[in-house]
Write a protein that binds this ligand. Sequence first.
Ligand code: PGA
Length: 251
Amino acid sequence: MRKALIAGNWKMHKTVAEAVELVEALLRDMPDAPDREVVICPPFTALSPLHALLANTPLLLGAQDVFYETQGAYTSAIAPQMLTELGCSYVIVGHSERRAVFGDTDAIINRKLHAALQAGLRPILCVGETKTQRDAGKAEQIVVGQVQAGLADVGGAQMAEVVIAYEPVWAIGTGDTATSADAQAMHATVRATLDDLFGGAVAETVRIQYGGSVKPDNVDELMAQPDIDGALVGGAALKAESFLRIIGYRA
Ligand code: PGA
């Protein structure tokens, strides 16, 4: 049985004061649901104050990115141990905005994923095709390639710590969600790829999140799909009311 993982990716939103306010609102009304894990990934600047606020609460902390070196002359970069020190248990790697805006390649993402695992962080590996790629009939090929490249040289035992997030790029921030049937089909493809790479026993235990315009009004249907094990939520994670509704999905 895979434990669902709902993660809020705040992107470049929320000052420290705003972050504290949102988390206080979330903690006031967090549903008591032991069958699901909930993570928030605020900007780096809010990690330290939120770490203190989240002690002894069911809300977990994650980061939106990490660099693959442990220290050194890498201006602006954040090392994995800097994140574990602040109580992070998860880190997003390979988000499509990192790929498109900051030039993260599959090879860089793979190094980040290994560095995260090395430090005891659970990586959330994001994969997904663009609209052009989907229209060209290449969606599966792109996603399978990103999964294979992102997980290069990862061992089956390490996969217990890895989460995959399927996020079609055309669905991110657009209000244009994949249908639950299309999302399920791609999740099944990702799971088949994991089966090829690591065998069926591992493939059955890895959690695969869906991301891209997840909202209170579509989360239940998405979460009801057999291979959708959680959601990576952007815009709807920025307001307590909508994120609480998503956390409390009924599948
Ligand atoms: P969205 O973003 O929910 O605003 O579409 C999702 C993501 O980019 O992780």
